[in-house]
Design a protein around this ligand. Structure first.
Ligand code: UDP
Ligand code: MG
Length: 351
């Protein structure tokens, strides 16, 4: 694709089992993007959905030529889907947006205007009001951001999720890093390109249910801590030091008791000491294991996701790779558009 036909903006939307919310998203996103009078594409990354999402997306794309569908082979997680979309997008600027309308699309033009006016590479959406979230979510998120700011630095916005604008240069820089699917909300501030913020009010999920159960939240928090800090490993050293001091005191008191002839029957103290030492050793071993597991994964170098199909590259699948049944069903239902994605982009740029 030549420079002239590159869209100004790519909106990347990870989508996992969001059949209920997609029509609502298009209803709100499209007028905003059409009203910007700039070339754009919307990259919907279908993260291995198993509900009606592929069908709904194919139907929507028929009516909206700028909607591009990238389908992953299997569910790879929010951050991996985001990586897939960002690295496939053609835009000079890229905005990542959740599918559930918690991030209001109306803020996108403000982000682009700010980036252009101040020459910024990063514009983060910062939640000025989280009352739409549950108390539990707000509390855990508060704790998470506090910890992350201490570890990564003050450059991490206190309440920024994955609603942000990135310049192409930023995305290329992220892509050049060896992490296959980084925790974007930390790595983006970490690379430290010129950045700004736009505040917005976090809305309720428009339809469907959260795809972030507690287990995924814990995973994200663990990935965040471990990819940025060796502090948990030092916990073992700290516990060891404390244990040593306690041990010296106990040895002294034991000797004094022995010499003075007041030895007590020691079942409880022995029992507790053994349990305590066993538990802390296992805890520390587990922490070391978390790091070793990540080193192992990095050495294996397996990709975080596999792209099954990309509607911008029709014919991408080879003849002996017919895609998933859902892909084929979705393709069958969608009438063939003989124009390539480039043609459509060119039409849009000239129109
Ligand atoms: N998502 C995804 N893959 C997953 C989980 C979530 O692509 O494995 C998408 C989801 O469709 C949504 C976004 O990530 O567009 C954020 O998820 P969700 O709104 O469920 O998270 P929450 O707002 O509850 O934290
Ligand atoms: Mg959400």
């Amino acid at each position: 694709m030549s420079e002239a036909t590159l869209p100004t903006l790519s909106v990347v939307v990870p989508v996992y089992n969001e059949e209920a919310v997609l029509p609502l998203l298009v209803e709100r996103l499209r007028p905003v993007l059409d009203g910007m009078h700039a070339g754009y594409e919307v990259v919907a990354v279908d993260d291995g959905s198993f509900d009606g999402t592929p069908r709904v997306l194919a139907g929507l794309a028929r009516l909206w030529p700028q909607l591009r569908i990238v389908r992953l082979r299997r569910n790879s997680g929010h951050q991996a889907a985001l990586a897939a979309g960002l690295y496939a997008a053609f835009g000079q600027y890229m905005v990542s947006l959740d599918a559930d309308l918690q991030d209001p699309p109306e803020v996108i033009p403000q982000m682009l205007a700010l980036a252009r006016a101040d020459g910024l590479d990063i514009v983060s959406g910062v939640r000025s009001d989280r009352t739409a979230d549950t108390l539990f979510k707000r509390w855990t998120a508060g704790l998470y951001y506090h910890a992350m700011r201490r570890m990564v630095g003050r450059s991490v916005p206190a309440q920024a999720g994955d609603f942000r604008l990135l310049s192409r240069a930023t995305v290329e820089a992220l892509r050049a890093l060896p992490e296959p699917a980084p925790v974007f909300r930390l790595l983006v501030p970490w690379i430290g390109f010129p950045s700004g913020e736009v505040s917005y009010v976090r809305e309720q999920r428009a339809a469907g249910r959260t795809k972030y159960p507690l287990s995924k939240m814990v995973r994200l928090a663990a990935d965040s801590v471990i990819s940025f800090s060796a502090a948990p490993l030092r916990l073992a050293t700290l516990l060891g030091l404390v244990g040593f001091v306690v041990c010296v005191l106990l040895v002294l008191s034991g000797l004094i008791a022995y010499i003075s002839g007041t030895v007590v029957p020691g079942w409880t103290s022995l029992f507790l000491a053994i349990l305590f030492i066993g538990a802390t050793q296992l805890l520390c071993l587990g922490l070391v294991g978390e790091y070793v597991a990540r080193i192992f994964a990095a050495v294996q170098g397996r990709p975080a996701y596999f792209v099954a199909s990309d509607s911008a590259q029709r014919g991408y699948l080879s003849a002996d790779d017919p895609g998933t049944p859902e892909d084929r069903a979705a393709e069958d239902r969608a009438p063939e558009d003989p124009r390539t994605h480039e043609d459509r982009m060119a039409d849009q740029a000239s129109g």
